[in-house]
Every structure is written in C-alpha cells, then in structure tokens.
Design a protein around this ligand. Structure first.
Ligand code: SF4
Length: 507
C-alpha cells in the first residue's frame, strides 16, 4: 500500500543526514516527505523564529485529518526540539502524530513517550509501520526497535531551511559551520554506517550494547553513491567541498575505494573524511587512492595521550607508537603535496577522570607527534545511554541532574558553569583546571613558523612557563580568556544577540 499522508521530518541540528535517510524510506513507500532543516546554536529558538516555523507548518498541514511529524533528536539540541513539540501540540492537538528518532531517542526511549506518540529506535525504517497504522487505523506499538539492517542513501530534496540570516527559505543546501571550512557551502553525505571501535563515550557503544551481534557496519555501492553526489551537485551550484560523514571512511574494502576513486575523479571537489588510527594503519593504499582524486583532510580521533584513559576508560585500541606512526603517514601525505590540508586530530579535554599526569602525557604526545597537524579540542560530554555516562553517574563523577547543555567546543561556558561541581580551593583541582586550560589553548595548528614551534595558540617559550607556574583561579581564567574562543566562529550574526541573552539568563 502506498503512503498517502503528509510526513514532515524535522532536524533542529546542524547535521541533517538522519532525516534524509528516513525520507528515502518514506519516498520508497510512495510517500512525499517534507523536510525541515532548522540548525542553530541557541538553546531555544527566538519567538519570531518559532512563529515563522509554525506558520510554514500550518500552511503545509492545511485541513489534513492527521499529519505525522518526525523529529531527529540529539541531546544537545533537545531543548529546541521540545520547544517545537510543545508548539505543535498546542497548535494541532492530536491531529499531529509525533515521532522521535535519532541518537537521543535511542538513549532515552521510554522517557520520550510522555512527549511523543512513538519512538523509533535503531533503524529509521520503524517509521513505516507507524504511517501505515495511521492510514489503516490499526494500532502499532508506541516503541519500534530494530537494528539497522541495510544501508540507506540520503534523499536530497528541496527543504524548508532556517538560513544564515535567521529566515526560513526553500533550498537544497543549509548552513553548516565546520571547524575547518567555516561557512563554506558543503555537501554532506554518508556512504557507510557503523564503526569498528566502541569508544565508551560514543553512541556506537550504546548501539553495540543494545543490539549485540545484530550490530552491523552497513555499506553502500560506490557507483550508486557517485551518481547521488553528482545529482546533488547539479542541483546545488556553489558547493565547494564534500563532507563524508562516515564514522570511519577507511573501513571500506580496497576494491570499494578503488571503484569509488575512479568515479570520483570527475567530480573534482576536495573532500573531508573521518578515520580511526587503526584503519589508517591498515589503509595506506586506500589513502593513496583517495589522495589521487581530491582528498583534502583526514580527521582522526586521538582523544588523549594517557594510556590509562585511552585503553581503560575509553576502550580504544591504539597505543602511543601507533598514533605517532599514523600521524607520520598523514603528515607525509601533506608535506609531499598529496593532500591539501594538514591532518585534523580530535582530543577530549575537561575530562573529570583525568589527573594532571594524564594531561601531561597528552601534552607530551602532541610535542612528539610529526608536524604539522591541527588539533581540535572537544570538551568531555557524558552522552545519555553510553557506557561512560552510566559509569560516571554510578560513581558520582557527574550529578544526577547532569545534562549535555553546552556545545562540544564551548570551553569557557563549561568552566564558568563548573559542570562537575569541583572545589577549586583544592590545589589538585586548580592544577586540573590549569592543565585543561593549557590544552584548550593548544587548539589550532601545531607547526614551526620561522624558528618557533607553535602548539596551536601557545608558543614553545610560553608552554613551559604555563606548565611550571602555580596559578590562581583568576590567572587561569585570564589565560583561558586570552585564547581564541572557538564559539566565536560558530554563531551567525542573527544568533549572537540571542546567545548573549540566553547565557545571561543562565538557560
Ligand atoms: S572511533 Fe569515533 S565513531 Fe567510532 S566508536 Fe570511537 S568515537 Fe565513535
């Protein structure tokens, strides 16, 4: 039976692939999904924007007897999703069937049933029986849970987009702020889902725990993938790079990569991939094939230089020697002109499990790694449902009211809020804060300019000074404020005034 009813899919986030893959499933069943991309860095939409969104929804919904509205939920943006859920309930009452999906739905499941009519966990295909039940009036379980079983390509359709000026327009692309490419227009796509790692802080570990041996890494077809990329680029002139969002692009077989590279050669746009240290160690030939056709940046997670934290707390596979070797592979590609940007390395800071000694090992690792590389600092987040969240809650490292409230890069606001309730009259906690502040300052390019070695914003003369000096909390705060704030790059002008008000209000 073909789907007749209106299906509205909303992403309140910067990443949109979740609703795009669900849209493919709805379209595959004969439905016409209507997409909304409403990215923002604010906790709540300003009233005028909420009103604008509701106005468009009202127009689409018209006199329909019922309409399905699906939300792709993430923990950080949940407050915006709830804002819209409440507005939709007030406006449409029970005419709107509200469905929750996405990573936050996977973590929260039952808790969401007070706000949503259905929760889809795992495979987005769970939306289809809900739509059919609405059309046939045969009831279906409020919770639909199944492991992803096959790869789904995203649907690229014109969507209602909250744009860089705070206006809602119909268009194919949406604003994304990327740590490297800033506001440049991209095409985001995923050609494989799943990861070979199971880091304790990541939703992959939640899914692996939930589905056990049914968890799969799901792959696309390289030729079909290129056809989709070509089609989307044709529809959206102005795209400057392709952002592959696969958890680990190098997990694919050499045969897959070689077919893909042969086809991608005609696309001619630089591209960005994520990879893991282990897949890079094993995938040098794959990297070389990709470098031949436009590979620009490889983003690899290192997270910490402390073996205690990497292995025992995060459950990661690589050791220090493997990380250094991997950086050697990546920086050589850059130095030899095979790729256009230095590798991008991810690190986790503000981790309450780390001691000064762990952070010293991280700083030492960065000092020893081959150059140049970019360091991106992510503040520790305990995502609901992950093994690390459960451990930290059980051990009292995070309080029961802990919520992921600040952007991953928002070091200053997190420290200001003292998320972990630390007592900074204690010297060891002050040292923890000082080392984290130094690490925050090491964000950016690690390189040698002239005769000076730079560790992001810190030069080789200042680093030992900071490490050796005992600092007061005021001095640490001044040091933190002296480094560039990554959040300054994230907000669009329309968001800036509202962000200031929301921070002042402590929301
Ligand atoms: S390597 Fe990345 S995507 Fe894979 S489990 Fe770890 S954090 Fe998650």
């Amino acid at each position: 039976m073909e789907i007749q009813m209106k299906v509205i899919l909303i992403s309140v986030d910067n990443h949109t692939l979740g609703i795009q893959t669900v849209a493919t499933m709805v379209a595959g069943s004969g439905g016409e999904p209507i997409l909304f991309y409403l990215p923002s860095n604010l906790r709540r939409y300003p009233k005028a924007i909420e009103d604008g969104i509701m106005q468009v929804l009202r127009k689409i919904t018209g006199e329909e007897r019922s309409v399905l509205i699906g939300f792709h939920l993430k923990e950080l943006s949940y407050s915006r999703a709830v804002q819209l859920v409440q507005a939709v309930r007030t406006e449409f009452g029970n005419r709107a069937i509200l469905v929750a999906g996405g990573t936050y739905a996977t973590s929260m499941k039952e808790e969401l049933l007070s706000d949503f009519d259905h929760v889809v966990v795992g495979d987005g295909e769970g939306i289809i029986p809900i739509i059919k039940s609405m059309e046939t009036c045969v009831s279906v379980s409020p919770m639909i849970e199944s492991p992803p079983r096959m790869f789904r390509y995203p649907l690229y359709a014109e969507a209602h987009v909250l744009d860089e000026n705070g206006q809602i327009n119909r268009r194919h692309t949406r604003p994304l702020v990327h740590p490297q490419y800033k506001h440049r227009q991209n095409m985001e796509i995923m050609l494989e889902s799943g990861c070979g790692y199971a880091c304790s802080f990541c939703e992959v570990a939640t899914l692996r725990e939930m589905f056990g041996s049914a968890y799969r890494i799901l792959q696309s077809d390289p030729v079909q993938s290129i056809n989709i990329i070509r089609e989307q680029l044709g529809l959206s002139p102005g795209i400057e790079y392709v952002y592959f969002f696969d958890e680990d692009f190098l997990l694919k077989s050499e045969e897959w990569i070689s077919t893909f590279a042969a086809e991608y050669a005609s696309i001619g746009l630089p591209f960005f991939i994520f990879a893991t240290p282990r897949s890079i160690s094993k995938g040098k030939r794959k990297l070389s094939a990709l470098a031949n056709v436009g590979l620009d940046t490889v983003n690899v997670g290192v997270q910490t230089g402390s073996p205690r934290i990497a292995r025992d707390l995060f459950g990661r596979k690589e050791d220090r020697a493997e990380i250094t070797d991997v950086l050697d592979v990546l920086t050589s590609l850059y130095r030899n002109g095979r790729v256009t940007s230095p590798p991008m390395t991810d690190w986790i800071i503000l981790n309450p499990y780390e001691k000064k000694e762990d952070m010293s090992q991280t700083i030492k690792l960065m000092q020893d790694m081959p150059l140049p590389f970019n360091a991106v600092m992510h503040c520790m987040n305990f995502f609901r449902g992950t093994p690390l969240y459960k451990k930290a809650l059980a051990e009292g490292v995070i309080p029961p009211e802990y919520r992921f409230r600040f952007d991953l890069h928002d070091f200053l606001n997190r420290v200001g809020a003292n998320e972990f309730g630390l007592d900074f009259t204690s010297r060891s906690n002050l040292e923890w804060l000082k080392y984290n502040t130094i690490l925050a300052g090491m964000k950016g390019l690690h390189t040698i300019k002239g005769a000076t070695r730079y560790f992001g914003s810190i030069n080789e003369n200042d680093l030992p000074k900071y490490l050796e000096t005992e600092m007061s909390i005021k001095e640490i705060a001044e040091l933190a404020a002296s480094f560039p704030n990554p959040m300054d790059e994230c907000l669009f002008p329309w968001e800036q005034e509202h962000a200031h008000q929301q921070t002042k209000g402590g929301g």
